[in-house]
Design a protein around this ligand. Structure first.
Ligand SMILES: [Zn+2]
Length: 389
């Protein structure tokens, strides 16, 4: 993804927001159709082609919809179709309602997406259907892409992002294998012993965030609330930019240094999903703890650390060199002798083997296991068979 900051004029901003509204309207209609179908299952859910026919009908009937771009509206349907496929494939969560002010964006594909010109060294412009030429800042070379997406973040910034897959980085050819363990306190531990932290909020920003959140809670009046909300969104946007930057640098670095990169095979979507309520077998109406609080904390950590994004970028840059390892028992298995018991994990940070006394940083110990790619065969209580692998 190559992202550029876009600077529309006030009139263009209004026109862009209108297009965002159309895309959102179409998406939400498709979602409504689909969720009614998943609930009742009375007939076959309308597929993408059928929805496109319905869209044509709706455009003929409603002037305001016809005033918008057909590409934008049809693409919203296509995006929704993809979201449903991703949901059934288990890689993504269920598609959700698009909301005003939160989900502002649309996609342009096909020949219309290639109408981009460079104005000078610092500026370029894209010809957006039904709006015209909008300038964007050239922070890097314009990539050769077949589609782009225009979005407005919660802080009110407009961006234009080309969907490009970065070119693969050549293999160093050293035969070296690296294991990467993701964590919440440490973002990534490498089997070489390196610990990497993904930048989040600085102490100063954290203080400001708390202050703003307190102010929001006390705030009276819509416009004042909106101003505080925008300030909070700006903080989040800045932290998000830093996170993305870290992911790009880290993935490039790993792809350049190592031949094979082994990561845990985590279905992020499954992990971040809300845990199921666990009924108490003794009392009919009571529920046991499902460790929801603990999981919520972990979810935040995973999302904040951008783990899913890191693995995705690695798979682009080190295409065919990323291996996913079953993460079972990687944190409780000794990387020196293979002894595997929960007691090995002395604390969140320290690993001490109960059998051979090997002591290490718990995350690095796990990373070494992942690098060996041998956790798959590990069984609880197994004391042998791992070291010689
Ligand atoms: Zn040991």
């Amino acid at each position: 993804m190559a992202r550029f900051r876009m600077y529309p004029t006030p009139m263009q901003k209004a026109a862009l927001l209108e297009q965002c509204g159309h895309a959102r309207y179409v998406w939400n209609l498709a979602l409504e159709q689909w969720s009614m179908w998943t609930r009742d299952k009375v007939a076959v859910a309308p597929n993408f082609a059928e929805q496109c026919r319905q869209l044509t009908g709706a455009r003929a009937k409603f002037d305001w919809l016809r005033a918008g771009s057909q590409t934008v509206q049809q693409q919203a349907l296509r995006d929704f179709d993809q979201a449903v496929k991703n949901f059934y494939a288990g890689t993504h969560r269920r598609p959700t309602w698009r909301r005003t002010g939160v989900h502002e964006g649309f996609r342009i594909v096909g020949p219309q997406a290639s109408r981009v010109v460079k104005l000078n060294r610092k500026w370029a412009a894209a010809n957006v259907p039904k709006i015209g030429w909008i300038r964007f800042r050239l922070s890097r070379a314009i990539p050769d892409a077949k589609s782009y997406r225009i979005t407005r973040d919660r802080a009110g910034r407009w961006h234009l992002a080309f969907a490009v897959i970065p070119p693969p980085i050549p293999t160093p050819g050293t035969g070296e294998v690296i294991g990467v363990d993701r964590g919440v306190t440490v973002s990534a531990a490498l089997s070489t012993g390196e610990l990497l932290w993904c930048p989040g909020f600085s102490d100063l920003e954290q203080g400001r965030l708390k202050h703003l959140q307190r102010r929001l809670a006390r705030c009276q009046g819509t416009s004042r609330r909106q101003r505080v909300k925008t300030a909070i969104a700006k903080l989040h946007a800045r932290a998000g930019d830093r996170r993305k930057d870290w992911v790009e640098k880290t993935s490039t670095n790993l792809a350049r240094r190592f031949d094979v990169i082994r990561v845990e095979d985590l279905r992020i979507a499954a992990m971040t999903r809300r845990p199921k309520p666990k009924p108490d077998p003794e009392q009919p109406d009571a529920y046991l703890s499902n460790r929801r609080r603990a999981k919520a904390g972990l979810n935040r950590g995973i999302l904040a650390n951008g783990w899913g994004l890191l693995v995705q970028r690695l798979e682009h840059k080190a295409a065919g060199r990323v291996e996913k390892v079953n993460p079972a028992y990687t944190s409780q298995t000794c990387s020196a002798c293979g002894h595997c018991v929960p007691e090995n994990r002395e604390s969140q940070a320290v690993f001490r083997c109960a059998a051979c006394g090997h002591q290490a940083n718990a995350d690095i110990n796990a990373a070494v296991n992942i690098a060996a790619g041998r956790a798959v065969s590990a069984r609880r209580g197994a004391t042998k068979g791992l070291a010689e692998a």
